[in-house]
Write a protein that binds this ligand. Structure first.
Ligand code: SF4
Length: 78
């Protein structure tokens, strides 16, 4: 299980989450930030600081944002 960054991050990229993450698992992509699901410890700190509410625990990602679960994972498989 991990937290996932979804569409409100695109072009927003506020990056408050990057500073907050205790295990440095949030990485910058071209269009948005991504959370490494293998490193995330599920602490929820990033969700609390995101100014555009783009971050969800995997089980709570809204239906229309579910493609971002795979998008976050794939970013780290390149
Ligand atoms: Fe980092 Fe915690 Fe967010 Fe996972 S839930 S990305 S460990 S701040």
């Amino acid at each position: 299980m991990a937290f996932v960054i979804t569409s409100p991050c695109i072009d927003e990229k506020a990056a408050d989450c990057v500073e907050t993450c205790p295990v440095d698992c949030i990485h910058e992509g071209e269009d948005q930030y991504y959370i490494d699901p293998d490193t995330c410890i599920d602490c929820g700190a990033c969700e609390a600081v995101c100014p555009v509410s783009a971050i969800f625990q995997e089980d709570f990602v809204p239906d229309d944002e579910k493609s971002f679960i795979a998008k976050n994972r794939e970013f780290f498989q390149k």
